[in-house]
Design a binder for this molecule. Sequence first.
Ligand SMILES: NC(=O)c1ccc[n+]([C@@H]2O[C@H](COP(=O)([O-])OP(=O)(O)OC[C@H]3O[C@@H](n4cnc5c(N)ncnc54)[C@H](OP(=O)(O)O)[C@@H]3O)[C@@H](O)[C@H]2O)c1
Length: 288
Amino acid sequence: MSAVLPLEGQVAVVTGATGGIGRVIARELARGGAHVVTVTRTASGPGAFEAVTGDLGTRAGIAAVSRAILDRHEAVHLLVNNAGAHFTDHRLSNDGLELHVAVDYLGAYGLTVQLRPALVRGRARVANVASDTMRDARMITAIGRARPATLDLGGVTSLREINPQATFSPMMAYATAKLMTVTAANGFARDTAGVTVNSLHPGIVSTPIVDDLTPALLRPFRSLIHRGLLTADEGAAPTLRLATDPGLESVTGRYFVRDVETLAPPAAYDVETQDRLREVTDAFLAED
Ligand SMILES: NC(=O)c1ccc[n+]([C@@H]2O[C@H](COP(=O)([O-])OP(=O)(O)OC[C@H]3O[C@@H](n4cnc5c(N)ncnc54)[C@H](OP(=O)(O)O)[C@@H]3O)[C@@H](O)[C@H]2O)c1
């Protein structure tokens, strides 16, 4: 893996760094000289990075994590929203959000919003690890047409109404939450001068989340499937590029499939959808 550029003096926040892609991203940013702050759900012993503990799937967790980072750091220069999860059944967070919305969306966008003052001071680059399932949420893609995620917020008054049980399909729920992340990020990019925000699909990478996404029928072939996938080092490389490549310094509001710039589904660029989503999200974050 090529070393990232010198990042001395930069504070880099990386979520989901307990394993998989996130652990490599944190390691490589530290190798480039950044002061890395990892956000993890469970506290572990002293490690190589400054650690902040909190569950990004809850509003209280997001608030506690942001507060801890803002208390310790005047400026944040890099934020990698990498934490994510996939759930095969319809579950609600403590706050009543469908769990993909809670973890894959609010855990990323909520943290971005609440770190905003430090991001502005750091003229930060924000990278969101999304997923190309938003452009095609089919489990098996060999037959038929792509099923992109959509985001119709007409009549939606609360984040709690997104991904309802009645129409729940796990892959589409995950894809919708990732599309929400990209959509809100694009809105944030639009009105936050000095901060760039981009999103990407890391490729299909051999990490535990792939097991959660694999249909039960194929699980006996787990080790065979993993052998054909990208390694965590390969999966981390496009995020490291997006977060640190000087050639992308002023690029913002874009979506990449690995290193190739691609269009996300139309909702991601629709200003009305961005604004409405951010409005209901702000309202949710402000609830007591
Ligand atoms: N692997 C792929 O093929 C693939 C493809 C497309 C997109 N992605 C995206 O890539 C990102 C990284 O995933 P990965 O493949 O490296 O999977 P992974 O190894 O399962 O890592 C997921 C990370 O997210 C953390 N996390 C999950 N829920 C959390 C919560 N509520 N609060 C805080 N942290 C939480 C996990 O921490 P714990 O240790 O506490 O669980 C873990 O560190 C995810 O956003 C995923 O959606 C992956």
